[in-house]
Design a protein around this ligand. Sequence first.
Ligand code: ARG
Length: 367
Amino acid sequence: MMTKIVNSWNDFDPLKHVIVGRADHSCIPPEEPATSEKVPIDSTMRGMWGPRPLETVEKANIQLDNLVKVLTERGVKVDRPEPLQWNQPVITPDFRTGSMMTCMPPRDTLLTIGSEIIEAAMSFRCRFWEYLAFRPLLSRYFNEDPEFLWSQAPRPRLSDKSYKHNYYDERISLEERLVRTANKDFVTTEEEILFDAADVMRVGKDLFIQHGLTTNRKAMEWFKRKYPDMRIHAVNFPGDPYPIHIDATFVPLRPGLIINNPHRRLPKEQRVIFEKNGWEIVDAAQPAHTEPPPLCYSSVWLSMNCLVLDHKTVIVEASEVHQLEQMDKLGMNVIPVAFRDAYAFGGGLHCATADVYREGTCQDYFP
Ligand code: ARG
């Protein structure tokens, strides 16, 4: 039967169909030009790679399965990817790396814009084949939805030319990292189009794209040419020493309201478009934890990485008491869901999902 399956223009309209990741076979990838520069110096993950401990995979899957249950009970249809054996090497004419990573955070790989899903042009060599885990789903959507536009951004070659080698020296201090973020000076070059889907914040006709370690300017230029009727905004968050993915930094909850990481405030000149259109940008609540869980790539700010189900309902990690309370004060009905065991596999509740269908159409929120 032919029906409309794919439709989503933002992260807040009523969610009807979503993809939730799986942790099976996940690996810690070996260092490579992209990641060696991004794993914090003091992280226990420095220098180690290989399959993640099985008990951590099982615990993550329990929480992912529980998220599926919560969503299903609320009438949201859920699809799951088919993980590959991520411990296989990636070998292309341009590079070789010892293993792949995971398909836990689908948000990084798949970008839904209206009736289109784009497989992103990711900058990590270990994530080169990650989209394959989603191919069975995309193929089904293509067969069943006559309007589904299935796209892939130009495949990056990820040769040595795509990275600044030894650009970040191991001894570089946090302060120096912040200076480089402020100067928009990142490890990736402008050799080719590079972006992770999770660097793109979709708000109807406007795409706000974080320029950082995983997304370059050439990607913004590609989006401009691909969507001449949309507005593409480059955004930067100078307080972030490891700017990767926008969804623990700048998170819309409903039309007119965004929570912003108070350590990574949007610069004044970039706030204008929101202020002019009556949008409120509020500081997100403090995380409840002082440390991320073991073997985690992300910061404690996954506290704000929530999954909005509609303009009044949001799923927040169950132990994030301050974020839960703030959501309540902001007028949201909050569904707490335990999720910290999944964090190490690539992120929080928003990262772990990818939109297939939300009600609503392409609105112009910033006329
Ligand atoms: N860079 C963010 C932080 O550590 C984590 C973002 C994770 N998001 C994702 N889509 N995987 O604060």
